[in-house]
Ligand binder design. Sequence first.
Ligand SMILES: Nc1nc2c(c(=O)[nH]1)N[C@H]1C(S)=C(S)[C@@H](COP(=O)(O)O)O[C@H]1N2
Ligand SMILES: [Mo]
Length: 431
Amino acid sequence: MSKKASEAKSLYEFFEEFPDESRRQFFDVEKGISKRGFFRGAGLAATSGLLGLAIPYFSNFPRGIVPAAFAAEDVLIGKEGLILLNDRPINAETPAHLLDDAVTPTTRHFIRNNGLPPASMDASDWTFSIDGFVENPFTMSIEELRSNFEVVSMVLAIECGGNGRAFFDPPATGNQWTVGAVACSEWTGVRLADVLKLAGPKPSVVYTAHYGRDMHLSGKQGKLPISRGIPVSKAMTDNVLIAFAMNGSRMHEQNGLPLRLVVPGWPGSCSHKWLSRIQLRDQVHDGPKMTGTSYRVPRYPIAPGEKVPREDFEIIERMPVKSLITFPESNSAVERVVEVRGHAWSGDRTVNAVDVSIDFGASWLPAELDEPVNAGAWQNWRRTVDFPQSGYFEVWARATDSASEMQPFAINWNPKGYLNNTMHRVALRVA
Ligand SMILES: Nc1nc2c(c(=O)[nH]1)N[C@H]1C(S)=C(S)[C@@H](COP(=O)(O)O)O[C@H]1N2
Ligand SMILES: [Mo]
């Protein structure tokens, strides 16, 4: 391997690829746990109490894993203000007030991993293959994708199917996302539709299957953390991209560097990261996280806590209508007159109206709502509100989409905690 340890792009990669050097950098056998590493601003503050401590069982420390003392902050290098929900696999959400930008900066795009990111994310030797039920299977480098297909940039929203899971009662197991497993960055890449057309799907094709180079948590070679797919009709939509750049520059390691799918409006799990292969199938895909109850909901409404037979679950397709209040920040103090603002989206549809309430839903005020900058982008909205007096207020926001579907106040419960699109509320102290 020609790469030097100092070129490791993240702490993760450093520990994984250079187990001996990383151990030497972070563990001083005589002085104990140390922080002499070369990682700019890596989260010392939270771990400083541990610095210099002897490590009695040093010789047992597994090679290639990041010490827990550092994991919490250092895995988020290149991210700003994200809240880590889990560090193995890494899952981190963005507080609502940090999602205020019309286009989400790379530093604030959430992270949802099912496994371990690949050790190498080198764009220059990455390949992408398309095969299965196609006339013309092929493999291309990222450079070849760029030169063989039209390169487009689009602002596209990705929301995890489990966003909002934390608000389910009875609770659902899985990452306890509150509202911040959503983002809308600008992605640059080629259209999946163009790539499929060159491959020439056979008439029997109904579904895609997505494969990436991340690893299963068990570390077992060939065991996939996730492999999902979408109906070929969705894959042919012209805002589904195979992306190689994020916000006009390098993609973040945790967001799929160097190549990923972006399937706006559908569960984030369709947007495969570290993408290496798409297979076209003559039947619905059956990879990990595609079957059973994964990314599926009962096909009929059920009562909270109700048990549902497996065969009554169906695959989630479009995400439901939803909105987010990104200003003011919840639990902050504001003046009597304030501009409330945020975003709204509805998978495969547009949002027709956003209304806000400052009186716990008794009356609603229409917000000014922008058109999406392109199909698949969230829509920005704003509304100046005039609080009648000082005190405790809540602002509630409620979006209604082009099919007249409106965000509910009460939760539509389902066993795995998906699709929670209840209204967002922020608490304010009015001066
Ligand atoms: N290869 C791979 N792709 C993946 C995942 C993964 O674990 N591995 N997680 C999926 C899920 S569940 C979501 S919500 C999105 C999150 O994208 P982000 O981490 O860039 O925000 O990536 C999807 N693509
Ligand atoms: Mo997800």
